[in-house]
Design a protein around this ligand. Structure first.
Ligand code: SF4
Length: 256
């Protein structure tokens, strides 16, 4: 099996800035040190994903534990789907055209597969839609039709009354009608990213708004080094109240 060129995270990186993708793949040593707040955010997201799996009990987990397990887990996913041994798969892996995704939750409902992506957030953003659109593109082109694709996120009106109710804590929302029109845009971005990776040196992209939106880029120290520090973008990690709330939930379900 040919090694993948783009995963979900590198696709999103390339869509934000092809230079960031290039540097990530070819000059990783130029990367800024990860801020502890960002690291905490990643960990929180992963743990919340595990909590959301409880909405779909009895599934089989094919999450790769290391990069070396990717091929094995892709095969395992296919085996589970074809043998029909489980109706729920956590971290189902798919590859198409050197693009790789591991989907948070794949569930069979009335004989049709539905994809679920879990987000540690209170609403669905355009970035989440693009991320979902990429996953839908890879999974369906790899040969598995999806009847629906939904994003699971936190219900902002949830009131904890002493007993944790996961069905009330999470919102599940279909985004299929919003990601289908994005499929040609996804294809365009994939081609743009693949072309950037073919270059002999990094694409000539000037620092700008893309350095912090939608995510803070981790090559700011490299790209902005000739610009006076006072003009560097300010990275904010707002949302502390929300993070405290998520941390409380994680404690309640004992995943911390
Ligand atoms: S710092 Fe800005 S210009 Fe440089 S790679 Fe990141 S997003 Fe692109």
């Amino acid at each position: 099996m040919e090694k993948h060129l783009l995963s979900k995270s590198t696709f999103m990186r390339g869509a934000q800035c092809p230079k960031s993708l290039y540097l990530h793949k070819k000059r990783p040593f130029l990367r800024d040190r990860l801020a502890p707040e960002q690291l905490a955010k990643f960990r929180r997201g992963t743990k919340l994903g595990l909590v959301a799996q409880r909405l779909f009990p009895g599934g089989i987990d094919v999450r790769p534990r290391s990069y070396q397990q990717y091929a094995k887990k892709l095969m395992e996913t296919q085996e589970v789907i074809h043998s029909q041994s489980h109706d729920v798969i956590y971290e189902a892996g798919f590859q198409y055209d050197r693009l790789l995704v591991f989907l948070d939750i794949l569930a069979k409902e009335e004989n049709n597969w539905v994809g679920y992506e879990v987000k540690s957030a209170l609403k669905i953003s355009d970035t989440f839609l693009l991320d979902a659109a990429f996953q839908y593109y890879v999974i369906t082109n790899s040969g598995l039709p999806l009847k629906d694709f939904q994003i699971i996120y936190i219900n902002k009106d949830y009131q904890f009354d002493g007993t944790l109710n996961l069905d009330a804590l999470f919102n599940k929302e279909s985004v299929l009608d919003r990601i289908l029109p994005l499929q040609s845009f996804v294809k365009e971005k994939i081609e743009e990213s693949k072309a950037a990776l073919e270059l002999k040196k990094s694409p000539p992209i000037e620092p700008g708004a893309q350095c912090t939106t939608p995510y803070p880029c981790d090559f700011i120290g490299h790209c902005w080094k000739k610009i006076p520090k006072e003009q560097w973008p300010q990275i904010s990690y707002s949302g502390e109240e929300f993070y405290d709330f998520v941390d409380e939930v994680l404690k309640l379900v004992k995943v911390v």
